[in-house]
Design a protein. Structure first.
Lengths: 421, 269
């Protein structure tokens, strides 16, 4: 069954690709050459027994989800590769071990055949357990490959029933493995516990959590998320900072990502030629429960360890990210071929883990480096040293008047001297 | 008598030339109608939705989301960010605190001079209003200062205090950035070679290789481009000062000479 479906999808893909190749004008093809692959979305739908409950606008949760999926499939942008995965769709029994492995790919991630996807969704019947963690792991595998943005949209109506695997930690590990993968979660008529779990999953990957009470809300939100995936964003480049400046990787202008654990230092090196300005900013996301007060420091230091400039940020309370930045204009040199200076960037954080929180993998860290032409020294506080205001006018008038009087007296005196001679 | 006339004339001249500068300081409320206002918000610095000053951006989101927008601000402007959060009518379990943060192009948090950045909505409140007026954007500052500089600014709007039961509820948000032109009093010497726009080093390289369609961190520009930074009304003040000084000099000179020719000049001279 599944192989046949795959074959059919493959053929459809091929046809779609051919059609696209013929129909799409040259301008759009140029898009593809910019080295960014198609964005991918995997919709993960909970088909556990509890989806039978009839509490969304008078219909069952399953019916609401099916209707929303139909609308989303119709509205999916052309360039997005969309897949559907179910959890708890096949095993109706009571054995937790089997029930917690019950996740299946309903529609593979790839160019979308709307009819086929809709038919697949229509067959779903609320059945089994709620293995959120394993489903997320599998969904991450579905999205594997490519450098486009990737998104998992998890729709669930009950918390994970497959302890001890904490889906929140699973989400964090998934995010740590790949770049640019976000998990957005939607809770159908959730209770406080489900809200907490789903928002924890979302925050672990920089995603969003929405609690759904009505049908339109569900399709609107999923549509919004799918559209968001299609937005063009810069994908950061993975880099591995080190604990010392001497062994640190050398970075050029660009956007980078790395991981930093609690209390760890990360070093990077940037070459700045005389007459250039280094701009660096760093964001450390707290993707887990941390104690209320925290901070992030970014220091630019010379290879000899002298601090040039630093950026600091401290904060308190609920946040997604702490960020700071710095600017280092290197003065122009009189020499012709003055060598570029190696500047070490040190990133430090002062987050502390809340009780019982795992400390690995480290926090996601985003580093922006820009080396631009600069610097422009200011010679005065005011623009070109010009003046402004009534005091300036008063002073100038007074000086002018005094100078005039003085000049007048001098010329009178000269006249008198000339006349007497 | 003559000096009095001269001073009146000078004052009139001065008044005429300074008036345009005063008119400058009215808020620049002209909405740029060239593009539709955005109806969504980003979820991180990287994905922040770009808005222009004077545009009314809206976004529907969920309580607990971190919403990001970015806007350009140029030297001499003093931006004010105003946000309204419309809370759902369904009953909430308790009070909610919302917060508005503004970051500059280096992602440094910028202080607000005026405005309520954080406000707590009571359980029954239907909306929260937040505002933040930044310091005046300067053309240049020392690297060790965190003065606002021309470039991209990020706005983050989020709920900072809420109960777990209130997570994920739908909210509607509105955001608008307007700025006041401060003019010459904020004109400092020096200027940045490039505005503080993230990714500008890579963008300017790509422009030469004509790959304009690639994703960029920030593509924002003010309506009329970034100012070159050499003009300010200080030129007018200084020039008027020079003219007045010259007039005062002539006046002072005339005072010592009396009116016209000396009265006791003998015939024949």
């Amino acid at each position: 069954m599944i192989t046949r479906k795959r074959l059919a999808t493959g053929v459809c893909t091929l046809l779609a690709a051919l059609a696209a190749g013929m129909a799409v004008p040259a301008g759009a093809v140029a898009d593809e050459t910019t080295a960014q692959d198609a964005p991918k979305v995997d919709l993960v739908l909970d088909v556990s027994g509890s989806m039978r409950a009839r509490d969304i606008d008078g219909g069952s949760r399953m019916a609401a989800a099916k209707q929303a999926f139909n609308e989303v499939l119709d509205a999916t942008p052309e360039e997005v590769q969309l897949g559907i995965r179910t959890l708890g769709a096949n095993y109706p029994g009571n054995d937790q071990k089997t029930g917690c492995k019950d996740t299946a790919q309903l529609y593979p991630v790839g160019p979308l055949d709307r009819t086929e996807a809709k038919t697949a969704v229509a067959t779903l019947q609320p059945t089994g357990w709620t293995p959120i963690g394993p489903a997320l792991l599998k969904a991450a595998d579905d999205l594997d490959g490519g450098n486009g943005s990737r998104r998992i949209v998890l729709i669930s109506d009950g918390e994970d029933t497959c302890a001890p695997l904490d889906p929140c930690e699973v989400a964090r590990e998934i995010a740590a493995k790949g770049i640019g993968l976000t998990i957005d979660t939607l809770g159908l008529v959730p209770n406080a516990k489900l809200s907490k779990q789903l928002s924890c999953i979302a925050e672990a990957t920089g995603g969003t959590y929405t609690s759904v009470q009505h049908k339109e809300q569900l399709s609107d939100k999923v549509n919004q998320l799918v559209d968001r995936t299609a937005d063009k964003v810069v994908t950061p480049v993975a880099v591995d900072g080190t604990g010392q400046c001497t062994s640190a990787p050398t970075l050029k202008s660009g956007l980078y990502t790395d991981r930093e654990e609690f209390g760890q230092h990360r070093f990077y090196r940037v070459d700045v030629a005389p007459g250039q300005e280094l701009r660096a900013s760093v964001s450390v996301s707290d993707d887990r429960q941390v104690n209320p007060d925290y901070g992030v420091t970014l220091r630019a230091i010379t290879v000899h360890g002298r601090e040039i400039v630093r950026g600091e940020a401290t904060g308190s309370g609920r946040t997604d990210v702490m960020s700071t930045g710095l600017r280092y204009p290197k003065a122009k040199s009189d020499e012709e071929d003055a060598p570029a200076e190696t500047v070490c960037l040190q990133v430090a954080n002062s987050f502390s883990p809340a009780a019982g929180v795992k400390t690995t993998p480290g926090f996601p860290l985003e580093l922006t480096v820009d080396v631009v032409d600069g610097p422009d020294q200011a010679g005065d506080v005011a623009s070109f040293g010009l003046g402004r205001g009534w005091w300036l006018l008063g002073a100038l008038v007074l000086t002018g008047f005094l100078a005039g009087v003085l000049w007048g007296w001098i010329s009178r005196w000269r006249f008198a001297v000339w006349r007497t001679n | 008598m003559r000096i009095g006339k001269m001073l009146t004339a000078a004052a009139l001249l001065l008044g005429a030339s300074v008036t345009p500068a005063v008119a400058d300081s009215s808020p620049s409320a002209s909405p740029s109608g060239d593009s539709a206002a955005p109806t969504s918000a980003g979820t991180s610095f990287r994905t922040a939705t770009e808005i222009e000053q004077g545009q009314q951006a809206t976004a529907s989101a969920s309580t607990g989301d971190y919403l990001y927008w970015s806007f350009p601000a140029d030297a001499g402007q003093r931006p004010t960010v105003k946000a309204t959060v419309k809370l759902p009518s369904t009953s909430r379990s308790g009070a909610q605190s919302w917060q508005l943060d503004v970051y500059d192009g280096l992602r440094r948090r910028q202080a607000c001079q005026y405005g309520t950045q954080t406000r707590t909505a009571a359980q029954g409140a239907s909306s929260v209003d937040l505002a933040c007026t930044l310091r005046t954007v300067r053309a240049w500052s020392e690297p060790w200062a965190d003065d606002p500089l021309p470039g991209t600014y990020y706005v983050r709007l989020t709920a900072v205090g809420l109960g777990a039961a209130d997570l994920g509820l739908p909210v509607n948000t509105e955001l608008r950035v307007d700025s006041k032109e401060i003019g010459g009093s904020a004109a400092v010497d020096g200027s940045l070679a490039q505005p503080l726009v993230p990714g500008i080093a890579t963008t300017s390289q790509e422009e030469t290789s004509s790959e304009s369609d690639a994703a960029v961190l920030s593509s924002l520009k003010p309506d009329d481009g970034w100012t070159s930074g050499w003009w300010s009304d200080r030129w007018v003040w200084t020039a008027i000062g020079g003219i007045l000084a010259a007039l005062a000099g002539i006046g002072g000179y005339a005072l010592t000479r009396g009116s016209g020719r000396p009265s006791r000049v003998p015939q024949g001279y």
